[in-house]
Design a protein around this ligand. Sequence first.
Ligand SMILES: [Zn+2]
Ligand SMILES: [Zn+2]
Length: 440
Amino acid sequence: KQMYFPPAVTAVQRCRTAAPVLIPALARKPSLTSAFASAHSSPATSTVAPSAAHVPVPTKRKLKHQNEATKDKVPHDVRQRYVNMFTEEFLKTTANVNDAFQKALAEERTVYNRSVNKLKYMSVAVNALKKLKNHTALAAKADDVALYESLKDYILTEEKLIESNYPFQHPEKSGCAILFADNKKGSADSVKRICCRCGATYSVSQMGKHTRKEECNYHYGKGVTRRVPGGVETRYNCCEGVMGAPGCQVFKLHVHDSLSLDGFVSTVPKHPDTSCPGVYSLDCEMCYTIHGLELSRVTLVNSGLQVVYDTFVRPDSEVIDYNTRFSGISEEDVKGIHTSLKEVQETLLSFINADTILIGHGLETDLCALKLLHWTVVDTSVVFPHRLGPPHKLTLNNLTAEYLRRIIQESVCGHDTAEDAAACMELMLWKIKEDGKLKK
Ligand SMILES: [Zn+2]
Ligand SMILES: [Zn+2]
């Protein structure tokens, strides 16, 4: 078996500016306007383009100037399919999803311009794809192929997936997930909620809205038990108040942490070719909405610790609290963001298949936030277990401090998804190297 020896990486290499890169979703349905769809639609239908606001302008402009005479010779969905396939190929050699998408658009346009009819288009496109595949196979991320092989040893078994409460396909309801472990987070349809911060029970309307404005007093820290002369005492680590002391924080409303189990999509088996299904590490942020926890940001990094996908997400439901202290996300960040969970899912499915290895820390929560059914996962909270065993878990901070000798999540505005995702990748690179040494 080929062992993977990662290069010594000391710092998170990021190819991103302060603002996250917004990646256009690769829409499969015409209703979801992608750069391609909006440029390709007739003037009459192009008025439905507000959701295309996040689409890079240059692409739009270039496509608009296309030869009008050849405009309808190839069906839109056929072209879209090739854009998707080209994107998938370019992603193997391009670090950033957006760059890969731009290259794919350019490639497809070249094919389109060289074709006089649909048949010609198909043959040119198939050849272009073949050429691309040969090219990427050669340029191959030899590293990723070896890494993928080495990581196979750490992929969670079905038993572990169940024990760790990963979402599974509901046996009867398509698009719905089930959780095997104790699911007290399942959405209750009653009009009572229990605040996950202070424990108070509060009433909501059928729509999920608070029926009364009631302040929430809570501690954001955890109780820490210490030995003191004559016994032990437990104090909150947020304010050093003794257990049971009134909350040190006040928020205008109570919040609950239900996760809705519908609207799930599943990764699909990859095309039967020989290319590597890929390895990515991911981290999500969530915020409190009237319907519980919802995705507010997602970041993926590759094995080179580069950010390949990073976007803020507009929650589907009304937001109560962005949980800025922990998420680092504020209302300001999400202002003007139109990317929906559905678009995020479509983008992810364009480059992640059922065999892609996803790495994360307690990844079941991220997958629930993304509403993604995926079982080829490596979970650093399982690979590096707590000495007391589950359900005890070490935090990502514990792990990076211990194994990577680095302190993360210290920034005042909550933690950083790119940093956390990179940390998980680094931990696994470290682990593989370490276990490789042991096997010798
Ligand atoms: Zn406190
Ligand atoms: Zn409360």
